[in-house]
Ligand binder design. Structure first.
Ligand code: ZN
Length: 328
């Protein structure tokens, strides 16, 4: 038999050797927990399509966030469901809006936990779109600049409430620059922006819409979210958000877009986040519930893959369990 010089298996022989040469390691600080706070409920409400995920009433959100911090996480991202929706998304930028109150409650009890706020209008709009709409006969339009004006108001009110970071997820053009300018002018130059720079019009958002109670009442989101087929366009979107002042850039969803994540991380070098979305969560949960997959092993493999592909931060509904599983 031919003499082998190269034997890669030498370094896989024992657990200690495998630990020694592991390239990608996970820890609690890699994960950000999405939390849903709703003014429409008085007690926790489970989300059917996302087993283990709940909506919380405003009076419980402070405690839930504090528990997340104690588990080792250092950041949460808040999504709000207002008591009332309207055509101007008033609840998104109300001083006493559901997210604004939740930020204050969390910061009062747990000042060191980083609070990121979702900046979008869909949860607050009666029609469920991420911007202001106009209907011409059979066609509807989501108006860009009118929407950006409301997104800016939303981000400002969240910063005023004490958010450490605002995260515009709407995909309107120019919103990062407009938000940065307004935050700076109002004295919030330390409030960071995590921009959903490449957010695709994905089939994997279904369960989230139940969680955030934000399905569009008509039409779809393809005129603002991106075509899943396009990576050059994604890089252009990211380049614009970087120019406009984004501090962290985010790719969403996760697993079907690993090539986008990789290129974004390589090309721009900024802190890069990825959102492992509700549909991706639900698939693993459903398979695990049927005994077809080992949930913990699958989740750790997915998260390792995301980090290996360039993610510095991962938004995931498993954040709490991952904090426990990855604490060394
Ligand atoms: Zn939206």
């Amino acid at each position: 038999m031919r003499k082998l010089l190269q034997r890669p298996r030498r370094l896989r022989r024992t657990p200690a050797l495998r630990d020694l040469v592991r390239e990608t390691k996970l820890g609690p600080h890699d994960f950000i927990l999405p939390l849903f706070v709703s003014e429409r409920i008085k007690s926790r409400r489970p989300i059917n399509s996302m087993p283990g995920v709940e909506q919380f009433p405003p009076n419980e959100i402070g405690e839930v966030a504090a528990q997340a911090f104690q588990s080792g996480l250092q950041a949460v991202i808040l999504f709000g469901i207002p008591g009332e929706k309207d055509e101007r998304a008033s609840g998104a930028y109300a001083e006493d809006g559901v997210v604004q109150k939740a930020v204050r409650a969390i910061k009062a009890g747990c000042p060191d936990l980083l609070v990121i706020t979702d900046v979008c209008l869909c949860e607050y709009m009666s029609h469920g779109h991420c911007g202001v709409t106009r209907i011409d006969g059979e066609h509807f339009h989501v108006l860009n600049d009118e929407s950006v004006a409301l997104l800016v108001k939303t981000a400002l009110s969240q910063a005023a409430a004490g958010a450490d970071m605002v995260a515009p997820s709407d995909m309107m053009d120019g919103r990062v620059g407009a938000i940065r300018e307004a935050l700076d002018a109002a004295g919030y130059e330390q409030t960071a922006i995590m921009s959903y720079a490449a957010k695709f019009a994905s089939a994997f958002y279904g369960p989230f819409r139940e969680a955030a109670e934000s399905p569009p009442q008509f039409g779809d989101r393809r005129s603002y979210q991106m075509d899943p087929a396009n990576i050059r366009e994604a890089l252009r979107e990211v380049a614009l958000d970087v120019q406009e002042g984004a501090d962290i850039i985010l790719v969403k969803p996760a697993l079907p877009y690993l090539d986008v994540l990789w290129q974004v991380r390589e090309r721009f070098g900024l802190t890069t986040a990825v959102y492992h979305v509700s549909g991706e969560y639900a698939m693993v949960k459903a398979a695990a519930a049927n005994g077809w997959i080992d949930e913990k092993a699958a989740v750790l493999e997915i998260m390792t893959g995301l980090k290996r592909a360039g993610a510095d931060l991962i938004l995931t509904y498993w954040a709490r369990q991952l904090a426990e599983w990855t604490r060394s």
